[in-house]
Ligand binder design. Structure first.
Ligand code: AMP
Ligand code: MG
Length: 374
């Protein structure tokens, strides 16, 4: 009976995750709890997305519950730091203070996320860039109060006006001048530059949430924040976490699955996550900062890495780079694997899969129509 309950609830994780627009879902490989461990699972709605934490713990449900609540609080704290939607977040305070034309003191953790972002901008040759914010707004991708996006196709002129503000090189961070206030300072070289952490914030939050769980004494857990996943624990013999690879074309279809173990992160960026259709053309929310246009051709990118921050930033950056350059980048990096699903020039669907990912990926029958390349 106990086993049945665990299997059933694990199954629900898969269904729940798959149905909530997530590129991957998790199950314990053998469905068993091992050593009397039980699966505790809780979800919360934070940063406009569902954060789900699954923890394997002993009989002490209260301890597992407390640990998960601490992790939720940590993500709530980060929301106040990095949110684009909360008018009183630290990020928005900085975004709005730029008009003062004076360098602004900034929370150190936020500055570290901004500096990390710049690292990924350099790595992707500017394909990943948190200063896309004015473009995200211009194309109408920001969610309104009703949760919907408006969608707008700007003219070339409107785009040309915005483009000079788009570059991570416009962000300048300087040392604190005042010995009483050691916070560093930030300013933008262009008055219209704004930052948007939508492509890295959830991954960063997942890493911090996992740290909080570990500190609270949890040995085995999976954190899933809208498809940004980090797993730890699942020791030898007790199974691995199984992640599903979503079909970016047919909603609800799973192309295959792969298993991840201790200390592995996964993130997926998909053209189906947020988009609008105008005059028969689909415009997706991931924008090429170099041209100002939403990316075409790439359908989804799944990245496996050793931190959720890296997986999140790279899945977006590789999405912009496309199949050819994106796969080159994945292959050049240690501890990074990935799959890029894209549309070929003749309208077919193809996938580039890195060698390490190919080894662990079990394709389902429905993947048959996709041309797989290495
Ligand atoms: P993700 O789902 O992680 O790929 O993040 C997509 C979100 O990041 C979008 O909704 C935008 O807010 C933002 N974004 C769009 N294009 C880029 C880009 N090229 N670099 C960084 N962030 C981006
Ligand atoms: Mg991302």
């Amino acid at each position: 009976m106990k086993k049945c309950i665990i299997i059933c609830s694990v199954f629900a994780v898969v269904l729940f995750l798959f149905s909530s627009g997530v590129g991957a879902g998790a199950v314990n490989e053998d469905g068993s709890s091992g050593d009397g461990l039980k699966l505790y699972k809780k979800a919360a709605y934070i940063m406009g997305s569902i954060l789900e934490i699954s923890v394997y713990s002993g009989e002490d449900k209260k301890a597992a519950d407390n640990a998960i609540d601490l992790a939720f609080s940590e993500v709530g704290r980060l929301d106040m730091l990095m949110s684009n939607y909360k008018s009183n977040s630290e990020l928005n305070r900085i975004n709005n203070a730029v008009n003062k034309r004076e360098p602004e003191r900034c929370d150190d953790e936020l500055l570290r996320v901004i500096e990390l972002s710049a690292k990924f901008s350099r790595l992707t040759n500017g394909a990943f860039d948190i200063t896309v914010s004015p473009l995200v707004a211009l194309w109408g991708f920001n969610r309104g109060n009703d949760g919907d996006i408006k969608g707008y196709v700007p003219s070339k002129r409107e785009l040309a006006r915005v483009l000079p503000s788009i570059s991570y090189l416009n962000i300048v961070i300087t040392d604190a001048k005042d010995s009483n206030d050691r916070r560093r300072l930030i300013h933008f070289k262009n008055n219209f530059t704004r930052m948007d952490l939508g492509a890295i914030g959830k991954g960063y939050a997942v890493d911090r949430a996992a740290e909080v769980l570990k500190k609270a004494g949890i040995d085995s857990a999976l954190v899933n924040f809208a498809g940004n996943i980090f797993a730890f624990g699942t020791p030898e013999g007790r199974g691995t976490w199984k992640i599903g690879l979503k079909d970016p074309v047919v909603a609800g279809n799973i192309l295959g699955s792969f298993k991840i173990g201790d200390g592995m992160a996964v993130a997926t960026s998909g053209n189906y996550e947020r988009f609008f259709v105008m005059d028969g053309k689909k415009y997706t929310h991931i924008i090429d900062p170099r041209t100002g246009y939403p990316v075409r051709g790439t359908l989804s990118v799944t990245i496996i890495a050793d931190t959720a921050t890296t997986a999140d930033a790279l899945s977006t950056g590789v999405f912009v780079l496309g199949a050819e350059d994106g796969m080159k980048l994945i292959k050049s990096m240690d501890n990074v694997e990935g799959a890029i699903i894209y549309e070929t020039y003749d309208g077919n669907i193809a996938a580039r899969i890195s060698d390490g990912m190919n080894k662990i990926l079990e394709l389902s029958e429905t993947a048959g129509k996709i041309k797989i390349e290495n």
